[in-house]
Design a protein around this ligand. Structure first.
Ligand SMILES: *Cc1c(COP(=O)(O)O)cnc(C)c1O
Length: 417
């Protein structure tokens, strides 16, 4: 049994600061708020240096000192590789921007960055003896949980809103998770998971209702910093649902500064939401620390269709402390940005990732983002998980091919027998 060096000291309520022990399964704090993992950062700083990273595999576990897993046997590996940070050169040229970077998280297991969080949650569940896990999801989190739990022999229950992208639902069920559609939103599914805890004996793996998914998402911040040689970008645009990634990166930057790996420069954190579901934007604009439930939420960007987030104040605090802001974009602009990035850069963004590009365009025009700023966008999943328009023609191999007509193919429906 190989021991991972771990510097965890305790869990801390993100709202009251109350301490909780780290060596038993924990949900929310008594105040009903997320628990954050705290480390002995002095010991961590003494235990690892940037030099150590050079020889390590280009994967999430290269940052193991910053993570809570104690025994390596509990880690399930499905290929959590570092994700590319792509320079969008033609978009830079088109918009006159100094630097547009796209962190392409679609390469992770199950095709989304949810793998980062769930890899940690499942490793910790094993470490703490959890045998059954349940989750409400708009798709990607359920698929990631199902995959890691299949490998870890943990029984899984997944509840999705009925309009969750179908491929995610099918993927989740195919991994062997007990999978259900429900006629409601993700927070309604969350209530089913919460209320079933005692009868079903499952561990509630909802966003921020357990302390470890955020530690996995934190590795996005560590990785981004390392890939940029420890010089953080000026602006990060993050498609914000429950906010785990934004909060996690903010935590990563604080820990990196505490151990002296980066200075005090912070990116401005921009929470990007869809106009049809923008609780953080409304709260940001009205100056409130908490976000009220967003009624009748709708957007094609399923991953950010989150009407209520338990970590609302953590998102809003990070955005405000960083000097950033929250912004909503229309679905039509999301689709236009997705197409633009595909055609100009050869990068197929998911709608949530495309929302960050739509937001960038909007804020370059408004002046809230300057053209000399170095900007990082997050593409959180592969665009292949979402339906694309049928923009292709059809040929009839039983007929001579009219090559001239290939320039302007008839709409596909017209060609069907
Ligand atoms: C979950 C998800 C998001 C939102 O991430 P949070 O960190 O929970 O805010 C964005 N995009 C995609 C594709 C997702 O699956």
């Amino acid at each position: 049994m190989i021991e991972y060096p771990t510097f965890v000291t305790h869990l801390e309520c993100s709202y009251t600061g109350k301490h909780y022990p780290a060596d038993t399964p924990q949900g929310l704090s008594e105040a009903g708020k997320p628990l954050l993992v705290r480390y002995d950062l002095e010991a961590l700083a003494a235990g690892v240096s940037k030099i150590h990273l050079i020889d390590r595999e280009p994967e999430l576990w290269r940052y193991r000192e910053f993570l809570p897993v104690r025994r390596s046997e509990n880690v399930v590996r499905l290929g959590e590789s570092m994700t590319p940070l792509l320079a969008a050169r033609k978009l830079e040229e088109d918009y006159g921007c100094a630097r547009i970077l796209i962190k392409d998280e679609g390469r992770l297991p199950t095709g989304s960055f949810k793998a980062r969080g769930l890899a940690l949650a499942v490793a910790m569940a094993r470490e703490l003896g959890v045998r059954r896990m349940a989750i409400p999801t708009n798709g990607n989190a359920g698929a990631a949980l199902a995959a890691y739990c299949a490998a870890a022999d943990i029984e899984t229950w997944v509840f999705c809103p009925a309009d969750t992208p179908r491929i995610n639902v099918e993927e989740t069920a195919f991994f062997g998770a007990h999978t259900f559609l429900a006629n409601g939103y993700i927070h309604d599914c969350g209530k089913v998971v919460g209320a079933g805890r005692e009868e079903m004996g499952w561990f509630d793996t909802s966003t921020l209702k357990e302390p470890y998914r955020i530690e996995g998402k934190k590795t996005m911040g560590l990785e981004l910093a390392e890939q940029l040689d420890w010089q953080l970008p000026d602006v990060i645009l993050y498609p914000t649902g429950g906010g785990t990634g934004l909060i996690g990166m903010w935590k990563a930057f604080a820990e990196l500064e505490a151990i002296g790996w980066i200075g005090s420069h912070r990116p401005r954190m921009v929470a990007v939401q869809a106009a049809g579901c923008a609780p953080m934007v409304r709260a940001f604009e009205t100056g409130s620390r908490h976000a009220a439930l967003w009624e009748n939420a709708h957007t094609i960007a399923a991953g950010i269709r989150v009407p209520a987030a338990v970590g609302d104040f953590l998102i809003l605090d990070a955005v405000r402390e960083s000097g950033g802001f929250a912004v909503a974009v229309e679905d039509a602009d999301i689709l236009a940005a997705q197409r633009e990035c595909a055609r100009r850069e050869g990068i197929l963004l998911c709608p949530e990732g495309a929302a960050t590009l739509a937001a960038l365009k909007r804020e370059l025009a408004s002046g809230r983002i300057r053209r000399d700023e170095r900007v990082a966008l997050f593409n959180c999943a592969t665009g292949l998980k979402y339906p694309l328009p049928a923009e292709y023609g059809q040929i009839d191999l039983g007929q001579p091919i009219d090559y001239a007509a290939l320039q302007e193919p008839a709409p596909i429906a017209d060609l069907r027998p």
